[in-house]
Design a protein around this ligand. Structure first.
Ligand code: ATP
Ligand code: MG
Length: 58
């Protein structure tokens, strides 16, 4: 069963696009990781999923 659906999630800080239109689904019980270099947008993504940050769109 699908637990989380992310659809075209985007976050901009002024002119800087921190998260650029990402989409993915996570199934119940699935272990899901975000990999990427410093500044790739991992923390921003998790902050939006956990409602600590308001998405720009998506
Ligand atoms: N509150 C904020 N205001 C302005 N820019 C921000 C803010 N938070 C993050 N950014 C910028 O957004 C981009 C993504 O940052 P983020 O912290 O999500 O990356 P990260 O993948 O978690 O990096 P790291 O591996 O260093 O933890 C970076 O360019 C960062 O400077
Ligand atoms: Mg981080």
């Amino acid at each position: 069963m699908t637990a989380i659906v992310v659809d075209k999630l985007t976050k901009r800080f002024g002119d800087l696009t921190a998260v650029d239109c990402i989409s993915f689904e996570i199934k119940e019980g699935e272990i899901f990781g975000l990999l990427g270099p410093n500044g790739a947008g991992k923390t921003t993504t998790i902050s939006m999923l956990s409602t600590l940050l308001e998405p720009t769109s998506g």
